[in-house]
Ligand binder design. Structure first.
Ligand code: NAD
Length: 356
């Protein structure tokens, strides 16, 4: 029989339930062994829902790692615990899959990278947008040279309203690392840089704003369901960020992220300009703008099943370990990402460009 990956999941909140329902419960190459959450009822509920009363339940991930014979853990906790738990698991000889963002500081991202190198185990952080079919299509198009030189672009995820877990860990800087810049920025900046061929960032400039933190009625979209809101809780992060990233090869990227702003509608986008074609990744598909025989031509590819992108990332993690598949994500990308994001926050505070 082919070997299965014995996995345990730490964190069974909003996103943790998505991992379980869309991925672990359906992946025949995964053996889900244990669940861990500070609130054990969340694990019990998922066990019942999945019809898997045999899965062990813990409230302390250290005890779970000690008692269970695991190959890997999947970390879906608040952001400030990503590095702490990942380092602990790697030091105990486990492979680690972790939700985004990689960490809440560069120091923590470096600790994760060092622990992965020392253990020789796999550390992969969620980059689900890379696994949309439209992203793969654009990546292949650019890699074929058909877009020419990619020299500039813009990306963003702008919500009209959609503040996750107001007053809880999402809006508490010490726990989340920041607002939409780290929460949403990690998705779209990663996608843009990955499509650009991973040029080295050299400088950033940013501005952040917090204009909706005092208005408790402003979290009125589906995204407000993420995290546990706390009435009268902390809100010391931005609700909007704008910025600019320069790369060593001369390319640049404009960025824009918001949880709340007075715009027409929510948008997720990556637009890149190449000398032969421009590309656009959007919520519902991918477009290419080019010229053929002197005529402007647009190509459009609609996405297949967008709900499968998180599962596709987790299946890639499984194949890296079980089949030796080449890694799509390496921890250096996480360190680079957190370096960019923290430098953008520093620039917003000082009002100056920050060299990386
Ligand atoms: N990739 C995506 O599309 C996506 C979407 C949403 C959230 N996320 C990420 O997923 C992570 C979780 O977000 P969420 O929305 O599920 O938050 P959440 O607050 O709903 O869930 C977090 C869970 O972790 C548990 N927890 C906290 N401390 C713990 C500990 N020490 N040990 C065990 N469990 C602990 C909490 O009790 C809670 O059930 C975050 O890092 C977030 O950025 C990713």
């Amino acid at each position: 029989m082919t070997k299965k990956l014995r996995i345990a999941q730490i964190g069974v909140g909003g996103m943790g339930s998505v991992h379980l329902r869309l991925s672990h419960a359906k992946n025949p190459r995964i053996e889900l062994v244990a669940l861990c959450d500070l609130i054990p009822e969340r694990c019990e509920r998922m066990r019942r829902e999945l019809g898997r009363e045999d899965i062990a339940v813990y409230t302390d991930y250290r005890e779970m790692i000690e008692k269970e014979q695991l190959d890997a853990v999947d970390i879906v906790t608040p952001n400030d615990l990503h590095s702490v738990i990942a380092v602990y698991a790697l030091e105990h000889g486990l492979n680690v899959f972790c939700e985004k963002p990689d960490a809440v500081s560069v120091e923590e991202a470096l600790k994760m990278q060092a622990a992965a190198e020392a253990s020789g185990k796999v550390l992969m952080v969620m980059r689900n947008n890379r696994y949309t079919q439209k992203a793969r299509y654009l990546k292949d198009f650019i890699a074929s040279g058909a877009a020419g030189e990619i020299y500039c672009g813009r990306c963003g995820w702008i919500r009209r309203r959609g503040i996750p877990g107001r007053g809880g860990w999402f809006t508490t800087k010490a726990r989340s690392g920041g607002g939409p810049l780290i929460d949403l920025g990690v998705h779209m900046i990663d996608l843009a840089i990955w499509l650009m061929g991973s040029p080295r960032p050299v400088a950033v400039s940013g501005c952040t704003y917090s204009k909706f933190s005092g208005d408790e009625s402003a979290a009125d979209s589906e995204h407000a369901a993420f995290g546990d809101a706390q009435k009268g809780g902390t809100f010391d992060v931005e609700d909007l960020a704008m910025g600019f990233i320069r790369f060593e090869n001369g390319a640049c990227l404009q960025i824009e992220f918001s949880w709340a702003s007075n715009i027409k509608e929510e948008k997720r986008f990556v637009e890149l300009r190449g000398t032969k074609a421009g590309i656009s990744w959007q919520g519902d598909g991918a477009e290419i703008y080019t010229e053929q025989n002197g005529y402007p031509v647009d190509l459009r590819r609609t996405d297949g099943d967008p709900s499968s992108e998180h599962d596709a990332a987790l299946r890639h993690f499984t194949r890296i370990i079980l089949d030796g598949e080449e890694k799509d994500y390496v921890p250096q990308q996480g360190v680079d990402m957190i370096r960019i994001l923290t430098a953008l926050y520093e620039s917003a505070e000082t009002g100056k460009e920050v060299r990386l």
